[in-house]
Ligand binder design. Structure first.
Ligand code: 5RP
Length: 300
């Protein structure tokens, strides 16, 4: 821990992230994935569009800790119409099996951790879905959250290590999610630490939060692709601006839930987010697109 003997700002200033020098990806389009096997690469190529290298993941796993949260009371009614407009679904096993038709041809990133609800300590999780069951559900990746700095940091890292090790047996990639406890600060120092730890344990891609200062360094310090979580519902222009900034600073996509499904016009928002992620559309232009689609969809 060489940084511990320096102040936070001194430690940050003395780092060299090689900003502006992209990491080489010989033979495969995704950062840090060149040395993976064919099955892993094939699954990752379903999640990330090989033409743009990016992804819009629709997160609707919230019920596994929150129950019927606002906007997600009925997965069947809310999520099914959105599926054509996103690249990938991120969800828990029960919601997927009960509410989403198996004929849906979109990759699934399957939430495999459980053990906590918002009534208790959210970091106190175990793995509740085996790799065999993830394969039976035809998942394209498995995922769990890692609570760096929380009481159950060790157990959540153990969960991640388990998924990565078992997933490696079957060519199944693992998404590591940085869950940020209430007492943690969502700054680049914390997020950079969490993302790097998750990648070093072996996650094939990492989900984290965007931060206004130093996000580029969070991305540069993480040797595998990063996607950002949406977080709490924001006004549409703010959410599109956050997505734009994250992509501009090196994120390879979004894994967004509430900012898509809990808004006034989820279909329009999914498409506007897609334009930002895949076409680098500026937030203001994407917001115009959102408003146009919203009014067209209201008339339909
Ligand atoms: C919870 C999750 C959620 O999927 C994640 O928070 C994304 O949803 P939202 O954009 O609504 O925050 O991983 O741990």
């Amino acid at each position: 821990m060489p940084d511990l003997d320096k102040s936070a700002s001194d430690a940050q200033k003395s780092k060299d992230f090689g900003i502006g020098i992209p990491m080489e990806t010989p033979g495969f389009f995704l950062k840090g994935s060149s040395h993976l096997n064919w099955g892993m690469k094939n699954r990752l190529s379903r999640i990330f569009n090989p033409k743009t290298g990016k992804t819009v993941m629709l997160a609707f796993d919230h019920g596994y800790i929150m129950g019927p949260t606002t906007g997600l009371e009925r997965i069947d009614l809310t999520i099914n119409p959105l599926i054509p407009y996103v690249d990938c679904l991120m969800c828990a096993r029960g919601g997927l099996r009960a509410c989403i038709g198996p004929e849906v041809n979109k990759p699934v990133v399957l939430r495999c951790s459980t053990g906590a609800t918002l009534l208790k300590d959210l970091s106190n999780e175990v793995i509740g879905v085996t790799l065999e069951d993830a394969l039976r559900m035809n998942a394209s990746a498995v995922t769990c959250q890692v609570c760096i700095g929380d009481e159950h940091e060790k157990e959540t890292l153990d969960n991640l290590g388990y998924l990565v090790t078992e997933g490696n047996r079957y060519g199944m990639p693992t998404l590591g999610v940085t869950a940020v406890g209430k007492q943690m600060v969502r700054d680049s120092r914390y997020l950079g630490l969490a993302c790097r730890v998750i990648a070093e344990v072996g996650a094939h891609f990492v989900k984290t939060y965007f931060c206004e200062e130093g996000f580029e360094e969070v991305v540069a310090g993480c040797p595998v692709p990063i996607v950002i979580a949406g977080g709490k519902k924001l006004p549409e222009l703010d959410a599109l601006t956050m997505a734009y900034k994250a992509i501009d600073q090196g994120a390879m996509g979004v894994d967004m839930g509430r900012n898509i499904f809990a808004g006034e016009a989820p279909l329009a928002m999914a498409q506007a987010v897609g334009a930002v992620v895949h076409k680098n559309e500026k937030p203001e232009k994407a917001f115009e697109m959102y408003k146009t689609l919203k009014s067209e969809q209201a008339k339909a």
